[in-house]
Design a protein around this ligand. Structure first.
Ligand code: ARG
Length: 562
C-alpha cells in the first residue's frame, strides 16, 4: 500500500487543479514526527493557481478532505497533516502479510529472466581473504534480492585459478616445496611458498622470468605443470568449500579463469578483425584513449593472456550460456578500472549486452588502517573468524539457555549470522576497520539481535498456541501502528535495495523493525486475555514472517529458539 499515492489521489479528487496526481504525489512528505501525521501535504504548490495563501488552502482542504482512509485531517500553517485510519490499515496490512507469508514483498520487476552474479571468486592457492568474504556475502544477498524481484539469479564463482601467479607457484614449489607438507596443510604451505617467491624475487629478478615461462608452459598444456596446477586447485577448493558450507552459500558454476584458457582465441580474433589490437612494446593492447582510460592489455609479449582477456571471453560466454538481462560483478572497488575497461572493449566490439554489465563495488576491510594483503601475509583468516564467532555463540547459549536443543546448529547460525550481518549493515562502499570484537557483538545493531527478536516472536506465538483465523483486526494504538507502517514498507525496501544493489537497506530495515517490535513487547501485554489478543498475535505473526524473510534475503538463518 502506497500511502502517499492514496493521499495524492484523495487530494486530486477533492480540489480542482491543473496539477496531476503525480505532481501532488511528488510534494507529499512523510513527517519526521508522528504528531504531524502519517503524510503531510505542503500547500505552496497550489498557492499561485488558486490565488490564495497556502494557509488558507490548507484550512479549506482539511475541512473538505473526507474519506474512510483518514482518521483525522488537520491544517497546521501551510500544511495539511493527514492521520491515516489506523484500524483499517492495520487490519489490511497485517492480514496481507499473514496471508502471503514468505511471498509478502515479492515483486514482479523481472520476468523470470536470468541475472548472472559473479561473486566471491577467490584465488586458488591463496587464503580466502576478507575481500572474498565481502563479495560472497554481498553477492549472495544480491542474488536473493533479485530473485525476490522476479529474476532468476545465476551465481558464478569465477575462481582465480589461472594466471602468472601459477607460474610463480610452480617455480616456488619446485625449488622449495615439500609434497607431504602441502598435502597436510595445502593453503598454508602454498601461501608460504607464494610469500617466499616474492621475497626471493626481490633479490633475484630472474625468478620472475622463470615464473612467466612456467605460466606459458601451463597455457600450452605442458603435462607436468598442468598436473601441479590441478593439484593446487583441488586442494584449495576443498578448503574454500569449508567456508562456503559455514556461510551456507552455494554456486551455480565454478567456471573460473582456467575454464577460458581454450576460449580466448575467439575474442582475440574479433579484436584483430576489427583492427582494435595494437602492438605496444611487443604486447598487444586495445587502446582506450577516447574513453580516457589506459589501454587494456590482451596479450603479453610472450603471448600469455591476461586477466582482462579471460574476463572478455567470460562475459561473452555468459551472455551466450545464460542470455542474462543483467550481468553483475561483485568485486572490490579497487578493480573499478578493470571493469570499466572490460565494458569499453566489449562496446568497441559492438556487443550490446555491454550496457547490461554492472560492476557492484565495495570498500575495503582495513587492518590498522591498511589494506589486508595476502602477499605481505597481513591477512586475517576468515575461517578462524567464523569459528571464533561460533564458539562465542555457543558460550552465549550455554550461559543463557543451557537446555536448548540442537545447540551446535543454532550456535552455527548465530555466529555466522553475526559475521554476515556485521558486513551487510554497512553501505557496501564504506571501508571499515577489521575488529573481531565488533564482528562478534551480539547486542545492539547486530544479526543476533534480529535473530533473537525473531525467536522471541516465535516463542510468544507458541505460548499462545496461535492459530490463524480470518477475522477483522482491531489494532489502533501508536506502538502497533509504527510496526504496521514498517511492515507496509517492506516491499518498497526490497525495491530500493534492488535498484541500488545494496543489501544494507534491508539490514537497516530489519534492525528498525526488530527495535519497534521490542518496544511493543516491552510495553504491551500481548498475551493478556481480552478481545484484542487475537489481533496482537496476528501482528506478532506478521513481524515474525517479515523478520524471517528479511534475514533470509541477507543470507542469514533464523532459528526459532536460541
Ligand atoms: N579473483 C579475483 C581477485 O581475487 C576476482 C575475480 C572477480 N571476477 C571477475 N570476473 N573478474 O581479485
Amino acid at each position: 500500500m502506497n500511502f502517499k499515492q492514496l493521499v495524492a489521489k484523495s487530494i486530486h479528487q477533492t480540489i480542482n487543479t491543473k496539477y496531476s496526481e503525480d505532481d501532488l504525489y511528488n510534494v507529499l512528505e512523510i513527517p519526521k514526527h508522528t504528531s504531524f501525521g502519517d503524510v503531510a501535504f505542503p500547500c505552496f504548490i497550489l498557492s499561485k493557481t488558486l490565488k490564495q495563501p497556502p494557509q488558507k488552502i490548507a484550512e479549506e482542504l482539511a475541512s473538505s478532505l473526507k474519506s474512510q482512509y483518514f482518521q483525522e485531517v488537520k491544517a497546521v500553517g501551510p500544511y495539511v497533516n493527514l492521520f491515516l485510519n489506523k484500524e483499517y490499515f492495520s487490519c489490511e496490512i497485517v492480514k496481507t502479510v499473514v496471508e502471503l507469508k514468505q511471498n509478502y514483498g515479492s515483486l514482479k520487476i523481472g520476468n523470470g529472466e536470468n541475472i548472472t552474479i559473479d561473486l566471491s571468486s577467490p584465488n586458488i592457492a591463496r587464503r580466502f581473504s576478507m575481500g572474498h568474504l565481502r563479495s560472497a556475502v554481498i553477492g549472495n544477498s544480491i542474488a536473493n534480492i533479485v530473485e525476490k524481484c522476479g529474476y532468476k539469479p545465476v551465481k558464478i564463482n569465477h575462481l582465480g585459478d589461472w594466471g602468472t601467479q601459477f607460474g610463480k607457484l610452480i617455480v616456488a614449489y619446485k625449488k622449495w616445496g615439500d609434497r607431504q607438507k602441502v598435502e597436510a596443510e595445502p593453503i598454508k604451505e602454498l601461501l608460504k611458498l607464494y610469500v617466499k617467491f616474492h621475497e626471493e624475487a626481490e633479490k633475484q629478478k630472474e625468478l620472475e622470468d622463470e615464473a612467466r615461462a612456467y605460466f606459458k608452459k601451463l597455457e600450452d598444456g605442458d603435462e607436468e605443470s598442468l598436473a601441479l596446477w590441478k593439484w593446487f586447485r583441488e586442494e584449495s577448493l576443498k578448503e574454500f568449500q569449508l567456508i562456503y558450507d559455514l556461510l551456507n552459500i552455494t554456486f551455480d558454476s565454478f567456471n573460473g579463469e582456467a575454464f577460458f584458457n581454450d576460449k580466448m582465441e575467439e575474442v582475440v580474433e574479433l579484436l584483430a578483425n576489427k583492427q582494435l589490437l595494437i602492438e605496444d612494446n611487443g604486447a598487444q593492447v586495445v587502446r582506450l584513449d577516447e574513453e580516457e582510460m589506459p589501454p587494456c592489455l590482451i596479450r603479453k609479449s610472450d603471448g600469455a593472456t591476461l586477466y582482462a582477456t579471460r574476463d572478455l571471453s567470460a562475459a561473452i560466454y555468459r551472455k551466450r550460456t545464460y542470455n542474462f538481462s543483467k550481468s553483475i560483478y561483485v568485486v572490490g572497488n579497487e578493480q573499478s578500472l578493470h571493469f570499466k575497461q572490460l565494458i569499453a572493449v566489449l562496446k568497441k566490439l559492438e556487443f550490446d549486452f555491454a550496457d547490461d554489465m554492472i560492476h557492484v563495488p565495495f570498500g575495503l576491510i582495513l587492518k590498522d588502517g591498511k589494506k589486508m594483503s595476502t602477499r605481505k601475509g597481513r591477512v586475517v583468516l576468515l575461517e578462524e573468524v567464523l569459528r571464533e564467532a561460533i564458539t562465542m555463540a555457543n558460550q552465549n547459549i550455554q550461559d543463557k539457555n543451557p537446555l536448548l536443543q540442537n545447540k551446535e546448529e543454532i550456535a552455527n547460525q548465530v555466529g555466522v549470522g553475526a559475521v554476515i550481518f556485521h558486513d551487510l549493515k554497512n553501505e557496501r562502499m564504506n571501508n571499515f576497520e577489521f575488529s573481531l570484537e565488533e564482528m562478534l557483538k551480539f547486542e545492539g545493531e547486530t544479526g543476533p539481535y534480529v535473530q533473537y527478536t525473531f525467536a522471541r516472536a516465535c516463542s510468544i506465538l507458541k505460548k499462545a498456541n496461535y492459530v490463524e483465523v480470518n477475522q477483522n483486526l482491531t489494532l489502533n494504538d501508536d506502538l502497533s501502528w509504527e510496526i504496521v507502517k514498517q511492515l507496509n514498507d517492506f516491499p518498497f525496501i526490497i525495491e530500493k535495495a534492488y535498484h541500488r544493489l545494496e543489501p544494507s537497506v534491508i539490514a537497516k530495515y530489519v534492525i528498525d523493525l526488530a527495535q519497534s517490535f521490542n518496544k511493543y513487547y516491552g510495553s504491551v501485554k500481548i498475551l493478556h486475555e481480552d478481545t484484542e489478543k487475537q489481533s496482537r498475535l496476528a501482528l506478532v505473526q506478521a513481524v515474525k514472517i517479515v523478520l524471517h524473510e528479511g534475514l533470509r534475503l541477507l543470507g542469514i538463518s533464523a532459528p526459532e529458539e536460541m
